[in-house]
Write a protein that binds this ligand. Structure first.
Ligand code: SF4
Length: 349
């Protein structure tokens, strides 16, 4: 099925590049903090930020927020066509709405006319908590119910002439999420927004999202992702990029590999690996850096790396493409290694 392209501000969904999304956690009417949070998300590499709109002050704040940020802003609205219209008039680049709770056909028509007039898309879709009662009763809490519910929302907007639509079917259960998106992908050509909902705190949330989102992306399903975590949204963006990188869908970054260490390791390999990761997190070109536990096996195990370090009791070896380049006393090793990294990546810390 040929994918439809949907533009969200300057970001195109459906064109092959997977966009990273996150959502602010402060009140949208708190413009200063909301802008600060979106700027932090931008810095972390977020492509699209979503904000919740609970009342008119939130909807109006979008105009001010847009002036302070550089990425598209999506307004998340429930139960109110009036707020949806207000958010669009304030400059929202997309609306996340649920046609089922917007207040009936007349109100839905109002939202549809508004998004068409502003040339912005909508995201519709179900999660396990918002399946339309009819489908919930018919299919139970299941992937089928999610898909049918989401497609009925798509149809509701299509009836009103809207064809810039993004769809999601999120469950907190990984298997149900994957099954639902697989079915959905076969039945719609609209871009899909992937996520495992209520995934949890960082450790379990990242694992659930990586499996669910990762399984789908591996099959070529998904156009934009959100890793939902009960945490600072910057962590969601960091996790999303890790997923894309692990799948080879993003390559303009410094990949740091490090060995798990074992009894042969005689220096602070774990700490150094963390510090190297921190050092290179802003690098936007591809290179591979290794932090290895011992000089016996490290250089050989990491010979495909552009630059690496392997530690010993008294000295460390810095190597390039598996070949020893320089041997440095252990106390100078980190400084020398960082100089090499900075030189190679062009970082200017
Ligand atoms: S590189 Fe050395 S320290 Fe690291 S796992 Fe291999 S043998 Fe162990």
């Amino acid at each position: 099925m040929t994918k439809r392209l949907v533009g969200v501000g300057g970001v195109t969904l459906g064109g092959g590049r997977v966009a990273v999304q996150s959502m602010t956690t402060v009140r949208t009417s708190d413009v200063e903090n909301c802008v600060a949070q979106i700027l932090a998300l931008e810095e972390a590499g977020c492509d699209i930020a979503r904000v919740s709109v609970l009342d008119e002050s939130d909807a109006r704040a979008i105009a001010q927020i847009k002036r302070g940020v550089h990425i598209p802003v999506v307004a998340d609205i429930h139960f109110s066509a009036k707020l949806a219209v207000l958010a669009a008039e304030s400059g929202a680049d997309k609306l996340r709405v649920n046609p089922g709770n917007i207040g009936g056909e007349k109100e839905l028509a109002r939202v549809a006319d508004c998004v068409k007039a502003h040339g912005i898309p909508v995201r519709v879709g179900a999660n396990t908590g918002s399946i339309e009662p009819y489908f919930l009763e018919k299919y139970g809490r299941s992937a089928k119910a999610l898909v049918e519910s989401a497609l009925s929302e798509v149809a509701a907007f299509e009836r009103h002439g809207v064809n810039a639509i993004v769809v999601s079917v999120k469950a907190s259960d990984v298997r149900m999420t994957v099954e639902a998106y697989e079915t959905l992908a076969a039945r719609t050509s609209y871009p899909l927004h992937l996520g495992v909902t209520e995934a949890g705190t960082p450790r379990s949330g990242v694992v659930k999202s990586s499996i669910g989102i990762g399984a789908l992306l591996l099959k070529g399903i998904g156009d934009t992702i959100r890793v939902s975590l009960t945490a600072d949204p910057v962590e969601e963006v960091a996790a999303a990029h890790e997923i894309l990188r692990a799948l080879g869908l993003e390559s303009d970054y410094a990949e740091v590999i490090s060995c798990p260490t074992c009894g042969r390791c005689e220096y602070d390999c774990m700490g150094l690996a963390e510090r190297v990761n921190e050092r290179v997190k802003g690098v936007r070109k591809h290179c591979k850096i290794a932090v290895m536990g011992c000089v016996v096996n490290g250089p050989g195990e990491a010979k495909d790396c552009d630059l690496g370090i392997a530690g010993g009791r008294e000295y460390c070896v810095i190597f390039e493409k598996g070949k020893e380049n320089v041997r440095v006393p252990r106390e100078d090793a980190e400084r020398v290694f960082f100089e090499r990294i900075d030189g190679m990546t062009g970082i200017n810390p």
